[in-house]
Design a protein around this ligand. Structure first.
Ligand code: ATP
Length: 274
């Protein structure tokens, strides 16, 4: 009998997801603890989003066991589980109506699952929404409509929304995708603050780029073709050797002021012919 461990937010044991005869991800055995901040990194199609969707209780594994917040997927009412998990993803972003006012979008996170989307919200909820927007540097956007926001502003507003229900687990699927340099750096700075906040939930961030890893993140999981190349403490996983393996080419890696920078290793004379 499995005893739930209150410090374990994600506990995957040999989790495997198959669709149409293909293994999208797995087998993955993975544990995420209370105060950890994880980055999941890997090339396009490696299975990152599939893994995150299991962690968001959106998909059930084909085999293996998945516990979220101490509850076994498949045996728990996911409508009770989902509000305890904050999720920001492009799939969610695409569903937001452009005329939605930012404050309503953030406040409704606490109501959407209960089907009370258009109810009146009380002042406490609105205060919290503004507080969440503040923590992401987006309080000045509170009265704007979603459709008028830049890509970077949308990303920050959606993270504020994901935090609205005070979740125990925060899942961010490629929050920096589509951002320009300034937008990316602003987001990395906000996520750095979040990582350092002892009250912030355990976090899992998906990215393709080591440059997007906020300082203060503690762990990493590297995926390639659905399988784990390496996982564990960030500095032991994000190495030139592991990245070269995951991205199937020779990668050089630097770390400056807590940030990683990667590029393909230059082979002398490789540009010359013959
Ligand atoms: N329903 C499905 N049926 C079949 N294959 C699928 C299905 N959903 C996803 N896939 C495939 O599973 C693989 C993993 O997809 P996933 O989106 O998890 O990868 P990813 O690492 O998040 O990719 P990206 O970085 O490009 O977003 C891809 O090859 C994708 O085409």
């Amino acid at each position: 009998m499995h005893e739930p461990d209150p410090d374990l937010l994600i506990e995957f044991d040999d989790v495997l997801l198959r669709r149409g005869g293909n293994t999208l991800v797995g087998p993955v055995t993975w544990k995420v603890e209370l105060d950890e901040r994880w980055v999941v990194l890997g090339p396009n199609g490696a299975g990152k989003t599939s893994l995150l969707r299991i962690a968001a209780a959106e998909l059930h594994p084909t085999s293996g066991s998945a516990y979220l917040l101490g509850e076994r997927l498949g045996r728990v009412d996911i409508n009770e589980l989902r509000p305890r998990i904050g999720l920001s993803s492009s799939a969610l972003a695409n569903r937001v109506p452009s005329e939605e006012v930012v404050t309503d979008l953030v406040v409704s996170a606490g109501y959407a699952v209960l089907g009370r989307w258009r109810e009146r919200y009380d002042d406490m909820d609105t205060d919290r929404a503004v507080e969440m927007l503040e923590s992401l540097g987006a309080e000045h956007l509170a009265k704007r409509t979603y459709g008028t926001l830049s890509e970077g502003e949308r990303k920050r507003v959606l993270i504020a929304r994901a935090l609205m229900t005070d979740p125990e687990l925060l899942l961010l699927d490629e929050p920096a995708a589509g951002l320009d340099l300034g937008g990316r750096e602003e987001l990395v700075a906000r996520l750095t603050d979040l990582a350092a906040d002892p009250d912030a939930p355990a976090t899992v961030l998906i990215t393709h780029h080591v440059e997007e890893i906020p300082p203060g993140f503690t762990h990493a999981l590297l995926l390639k073709e659905g399988e784990v190349v390496s996982q564990g403490l960030l500095d032991q996983v994000i190495t030139a050797e592991n990245l070269s393996e995951a991205f199937s080419q020779s990668i050089s890696l630097d770390k400056v002021d807590g940030r990683f920078f990667a590029r393909r290793t230059r082979v002398p004379g490789a540009h010359r012919r013959g």
